[in-house]
Design a protein. Structure first.
Length: 195
């Protein structure tokens, strides 16, 4: 399978993780993207039915990733066991996810920021932890949307209104906004998420 074609900022799947592919007939990155998107559509239908609000915990974070990718990857919903070109060391993932969730709950309870800032910072920190072998950006964007809609009762982000999995202009803008957020400048990311 040709999994070597990654858009800018995407995390490569390591050879051992690629062995977790359930659909052995997939031979190209395009086919993989299509099957993952079909699986994500199923996860969205499940979310529309369940409308979960208890989402700020490692159990739900793993459950959502599993729902998004369970038909494609055997390791869907399991925290990564390898280091990546981004993210904390793999052994810190569970603790960092718990710390993130606890911090966000405290920030919500103490009205520490606007809903958009809370959601963008949650998204950015989740991406920075990079808990899974693949699908972290898509997962973190959906987590931020659920946080806005189901917890903060605020409209979801539009994320530029484009598919961010390909090397599009929207993806480039998203990546630049993430790099700015790495320097504690969240304005570009909020602007992009609401565009």
């Amino acid at each position: 399978m040709n999994l070597l074609e990654y858009p800018e900022g995407a995390t490569p799947i390591d050879p051992d993780e690629s062995k977790g592919l359930i659909l052995t007939h997939i031979t190209t990155r395009g086919e993989l993207d299509r099957w993952e998107q079909d699986n994500i559509a199923e996860a969205l239908a499940w979310l529309d039915k369940t409308k979960p609000i208890d989402i700020l915990n490692g159990t739900f974070i793993r459950k959502l990733h599993h729902r998004m990718f369970k038909n494609v990857w055997r390791w869907a919903g399991e925290f990564r066991l390898t280091n990546k070109n981004i993210g904390v060391p793999w052994w810190r993932v569970p603790v960092d996810v718990k710390t993130l969730c606890d911090d966000v709950i405290w920030r919500v309870e103490h009205h520490m920021a606007s809903p958009d800032i809370l959601a963008i910072q949650f998204h950015h920190r989740l991406v920075s932890i990079h808990p899974f072998p693949n699908g972290n950006g898509r997962h973190a964007r959906l987590m931020a949307d659920l946080f806005l809609e189901n917890v903060l009762q605020t409209p979801r982000f539009s994320w530029g209104g484009k598919d961010l999995s390909k090397g599009s202009d929207a993806r480039k803008r998203y990546m630049l906004a993430l790099y700015a957020a790495d320097k504690n400048d969240y304005d570009q990311l909020v602007e992009f998420a609401r565009s």
